[in-house]
Design a protein around this ligand. Structure first.
Ligand code: ZN
Length: 273
């Protein structure tokens, strides 16, 4: 599943092909993805100039003067920039033609989204899907003090609090396990019992791990462009994620796997207290 780093790398990859360019049309090859495509989207966008791109959590934002196109990659979606004459494949449900290229969204499972937020409804941060999101982990509002103050009343396990997304966005299943390992915090620890000092380690771990993933993904940028492009999901050298039973890279104890909120968590019981 695309996580925050994949979406940010996608944004950086497609931005040079979009920003300042005029949309000439939209092709929809399905009624919708998770939700129906916006009505008359081609009329809404044709002839309009893309001003900038952005990202909020795992939502890719394409800003126009009169509103914002919101794209989510769902479970299995990816975006490429292609020449106009590349024929669509089975799961290519959305094209936006920009200059002499096309932004193409491929989404086999159709859990993604393409939505329109008109400027007259206010800033896109007010969109139903965006307004409850927590702070961005790579921006200055995300601090240990923020994590600490927001978790004083939260008795759930820290792993699940991170995944909930209402305090900080974009720390998905992989990065939650990896960040808690790097901060040496047991994922089962109730969030309200973690000290400010330990949250300092966790905030730093989250920032470092996400930044490293984005940097690593940047080296695969070319994969977003061109006919043979791959999805750009990064295979990293994880410390604990998906390493159940394998030796901890620090202490050699076997990595444990548990289920929290129906999601697998990986950790080292020896290193993480
Ligand atoms: Zn260990």
């Amino acid at each position: 599943m695309p996580e925050l780093p994949e979406v940010e790398v996608t944004r950086r990859g497609v931005a040079p092909y979009l920003e300042g360019q005029v949309v000439s049309g939209v092709v929809l090859r399905h009624t919708g993805l998770r939700w129906p495509f916006p009505a008359a989207l081609s009329q809404t966008l044709a002839g309009r100039t893309i001003r900038s791109t952005g990202r909020r959590g795992k939502y890719l934002l394409i800003h126009f003067d009169h509103g914002t196109l919101i794209i989510h990659l769902g479970m299995s979606g990816h975006i490429r920039i292609l020449p106009l004459d590349v024929p669509p494949q089975k799961h290519d449900h959305f094209d936006m033609t920009v200059g002499n290229q096309v932004l193409r969204l491929t989404d086999p499972r159709r859990f993604g989204a393409v939505l329109w937020h008109a400027a007259e409804e206010g800033t896109v941060d007010h969109h139903l899907l965006l307004r409850t999101l927590g702070v961005e982990p790579l921006e200055s509002l995300f601090t240990a003090q923020w994590l600490y103050s927001q978790t004083r009343g939260r008795r759930s396990a820290i792993k699940q609090v991170l995944l909930a997304g209402d305090i900080v966005v974009g720390v998905g299943n992989i990065y939650a396990s990896e960040s808690l390992f790097r901060a040496r915090i047991n994922p089962k620890t109730p969030a309200h019992r973690i000290s400010l000092q330990r949250y300092e380690r966790l905030a730093q771990a989250i920032r470092e791990i996400l930044a490293a993933a984005i940097e690593q993904g940047g080296s695969t940028l070319k994969d977003f462009i061109g006919v043979n492009g791959q999805s750009g999901y990064f295979q990293q050298n994880y410390f604990v994620y998906a390493r159940s039973g394998e030796p901890c890279r620090i202490c050699n104890a076997p990595v444990r796997q548990i289920v929290q909120g129906q999601r697998s968590t990986f950790y080292c019981a020896n290193c993480q207290k």
